[in-house]
Design a protein around this ligand. Structure first.
Ligand code: GLA
Length: 394
């Protein structure tokens, strides 16, 4: 955990508000495998990471929210009765407040200073971390007793209604439920999870940032989701037991291939296969078979690229570089919604620097820009810092 970030946020809060705040840490996430699956009620395998937001918060004592974003050196004040979306980061917070309001749980405004060491736009879900941390903080400082799943749904609401992204629950769930040195096998049908220890002395998690952000990513995301929903409707018409793509088999899709049409058939087939892959990957992880696990990551990548069509030239290039060195990079794939952001790579320790050097050179030669590199550790989910000792999870 970044103690300097915590110190900076605490100091900024003390200077601005002259009182002692509660401090909350809210991590971003990675996803080992299971992409574009959460909104199809399948299984995914995310984890919280050691890159996070820190939020210092207290009730303001009236209806005003006074919020200062340390990273943008920008402050804003507004009433909880006047949630008019403005800039992106403020929208997310307003979305969270709105969600509490809709549950009849908005007790007053907050004073808040926040800052983060999550690289923005890299696909580590900094917006989910922000919403989860802010919601968790409100829940604590006003003693509202909501559980973590409700807080994940509140954060997801903010993303849907105030950012226009019809996302699943994976990012919010991972940020709130993450555990140190572990991934979560999250069942997105019933919102439960199994903790999978992920501590391989033999491999590190290296994210490589393409530094590409597609401006139409959220539109494309919503379109993919729509293709799945339309495909599902067609399957459901003839199969009353089916309620999501989770219940669908390859055979069913082949039988309905003509009715589905090429695009929906291909997208739904990817989802059905990816749900299978995640379950297989979980079994491999339990057996500590990291080489076969990594192979599935590569398969996921090419499925996302060629069938689901959410990759981009830069992501494919990075995965191809990894594939050239499979004994060093046992698994690699694009991570998250797609169209830019990072690849996630499982790399043999001691080999990171030479692999990074090769990638840096080849990526620069081809795309004329430097990629970003982040070695991440799997970490605890959102928590309050109490005299540097975190409270047990409620
Ligand atoms: C984004 C969304 C998630 C999930 C991933 C793709 O990160 O926020 O809900 O759908 O894309 O797996």
């Amino acid at each position: 955990m970044s103690t300097t970030l915590i110190q900076r946020i605490s100091k900024e809060f003390a200077d601005r508000f002259h009182k002692k705040p509660s401090l909350f840490v809210a991590p971003g996430r990675i996803n080992l495998i299971g992409e574009h699956i959460d909104y199809n009620e399948g299984f995914v395998m995310p984890a919280a990471i050691d890159k996070h937001f820190v939020l210092a918060m207290t009730p303001s004592g009236n209806e005003k929210c006074n919020i200062y974003a340390h990273d943008f050196e920008e402050g804003v004040s507004f009433s909880i009765h006047d949630l008019n979306p403005g800039e992106e980061w403020i929208n997310f917070l307003m979305g969270v407040l709105d969600a509490f309001g809709r549950r009849g749980l908005l007790r007053g405004g907050v004073d808040c200073v926040l800052g983060s060491n999550i690289p923005p736009g890299a696909g580590m879900s900094s917006s989910a971390a922000l919403c989860c941390g802010f919601g968790y903080g409100i829940n604590e400082i006003f003693d509202l007793h909501l559980d973590r799943l409700s807080l994940a749904k509140i954060a997801q609401y903010a993303e849907h209604e105030y950012a226009g992204v019809n996302c699943g629950i994976m990012d919010q769930y991972a940020s709130l439920f993450g555990e140190k040195d572990s991934a979560l096998l999250l069942d997105c049908r019933n919102y439960s999870h199994e903790v999978l220890p992920f501590r391989f002395a033999s491999h590190n998690v290296l994210l490589i940032d393409t530094r590409v952000k597609h401006s139409l990513a959220s539109t494309a995301y919503n379109e993919r989701r729509k293709s799945c929903e339309e495909g599902l409707e067609i399957v459901m018409a003839g199969n009353p037991a089916v309620t999501s793509l989770r219940d669908v088999s390859r055979t069913m899709l082949y039988e309905l291939q003509d009715q589905l049409g090429e695009d929906r058939f291909i997208k739904c087939m990817f989802v059905v296969e990816e749900i299978d892959r995640v379950q297989k990957a979980a079994r491999l992880l339990k057996k500590k078979d990291i080489l076969s696990f990594g192979e599935l990551m590569y398969q996921t990548h090419w499925g996302l690229s060629q069938a689901y069509d959410v990759s981009c030239e830069e992501l494919d290039f990075l995965v191809m570089l990894a594939e050239e060195d499979k004994e060093v990079v046992v698994g690699s794939r694009m991570m998250g919604g797609g169209f830019g952001g990072c690849t996630i790579n499982l790399v043999r320790p001691g080999q990171e620097e030479s692999f990074k050097e090769k990638v840096r050179l080849k990526y620069f030669t081809t795309f004329k820009k430097e990629p970003g590199f982040y070695l991440v550790r799997l970490s605890e989910g959102v928590h309050e810092l109490v005299s540097e000792i975190s409270k047990p999870k409620s």
